[in-house]
Design a protein around this ligand. Structure first.
Ligand code: ADP
Ligand code: MG
Length: 385
């Protein structure tokens, strides 16, 4: 398949019989560590993938928008009325209409536009193709309209599009990663303050890679389980008299656990508190240039998700155990759980052997063949030359 930017451009020319004014790209992401910490006002550490969504676009004189995606090969039209309130544009184009809606809500004079979308980010695999699409569209519209919207404020706006227009309850991590990540760095994000810090994560320099394995396990009951984890965390914070579990420091964990009424609530709380600490410890190690030493933190994160937060499934546990046995320095499930992807920190020259070992373990158990790729930390949303 040809390059994603070329596909977006070709799609534009075919859909509109004219060249685009430019092309804008935004990446998918993986979360290195910090799972289910976002809605507890805690810390996450995503980095951008080299897999990107590209939007080719051109302005038009009226307040009308048309978007084509190679996903379906169809074009969808909407006008100012249809983005006056959520609900009128549905399906995949809602992510695009939602961005227009959120910009207009915030008082920005959004230019009418023709858009064409192509993507290398797998959909629904937990690599955040939704935020990549929002971020690529947002960056294009901000540029085309010369809108005054600094990058620091863009994640919140894209999140509003997804929460209120599309109707998907996501935190701020995905949009922050798609917009604000830097090449060679991970993004340390405080989900309470939205403060970000770019932490050096130069895998290539150290001869390392992150191997991402899509378990392709079906997401079983993921929505209901997510809601119930969230409710338990909120209940625990309430019982402990703090605004969120983020406010329980790791060294006060034993005290806090003693004040909670049941084993399940204690386990959920322990995951969140220890996971926040693992994010901070990982950041400290990366700042010290000790990338290999985050391996055990990744593996501990997985054990915590499996044993305390109870969000892993056999397929992801198999991938993690097999990767470690095959020489990975650390491995964990990444994303909300009940399926999705596993990441492993590996010596770059071992990536293939680790991937092959996981594929063999899946075959032996009769699981669907996993897909995999290696990733170095890439840049956030940008205009392409
Ligand atoms: P994830 O963000 O983990 O990939 P989501 O369910 O949040 O999964 O978002 C996936 C949805 O985003 C798709 O079902 C589709 O509606 C939309 N989407 C993402 N990328 C594209 C694209 N390139 N073209 C059209 N729609 C897309
Ligand atoms: Mg998403």
């Amino acid at each position: 398949m040809t390059d994603v930017a070329a596909r977006a451009e070709a799609g534009f020319r075919q859909a509109y019989a004219a060249p685009p004014a430019g092309r804008w790209a935004a990446p998918g992401r993986v979360n290195l560590i910090g799972e289910h910490t976002d809605y507890n006002d805690g810390f996450v550490l995503p980095f951008a993938l080299p897999l990107r969504t590209v939007v080719a676009a051109a302005p038009r004189p009226t307040e009308d928008w048309t978007v084509w995606s190679e996903l379906t090969g169809e074009t969808v039209d909407f006008d100012a009325d249809e983005v006056a309130a959520p609900g009128r544009v549905t399906g995949w184009a809602a992510y695009v209409a939602g961005v227009v809606w959120a910009l207009r809500e915030a008082g920005h004079p959004v230019p009418g536009a023709r858009l064409a979308v192509a993507s290398d980010v797998p959909l629904g695999a937990g690599l955040s193709s939704s935020a990549a699409l929002e971020a690529a569209v947002l960056t294009a519209l901000v540029d085309l309209g010369g809108l005054d919207l600094p990058a620091t404020l863009q994640p919140r706006l894209a999140q509003r599009a997804e929460n209120h227009y599309v109707g998907a309850p996501t935190g701020i991590m995905d949009q922050s990663a798609a917009i604000r990540c830097r090449a060679g760095h991970a993004l340390f994000l405080d989900c309470r303050t939205e403060q970000v810090d770019h932490v050096p994560f130069d895998l290539d320099h150290d001869g390392l890679a992150i191997l991402v394995i899509d378990s392709r396990a079906p997401h079983r009951h993921a929505d209901g389980e997510y809601a119930s984890r969230r409710a338990t965390c909120e209940k625990a914070a309430h019982l402990l008299g703090v605004p969120a579990l983020r406010d329980v420091p790791a060294d006060a964990l034993d005290d806090a656990l003693a004040r909670l009424p049941d084993d399940e609530t204690r386990r959920r709380t322990r995951h969140v508190v220890t996971e926040n600490q693992r994010v901070r410890d990982s950041v400290a190690l990366l700042r010290a240039g000790e990338i290999r030493r985050i391996g055990p933190l990744l593996t501990a994160s997985h054990a915590s998700m499996r044993d305390d937060f109870a969000i892993t499934v056999a397929e992801v546990d198999t991938a993690v155990d097999t990767a470690l046995a095959a020489g990975a320095l650390g491995a964990r499930m990444t994303g909300g759980g009940f399926g999705g992807c596993v990441l492993a920190l590996v010596e770059a020259d071992r990536a293939d052997a680790v991937g092959v070992a996981v594929a063999a373990a899946y075959a032996a158990r009769g699981y669907a063949t996993p897909t995999r790729f290696t990733a170095l930390p890439a840049a956030g949303a940008t205009r392409l030359a």
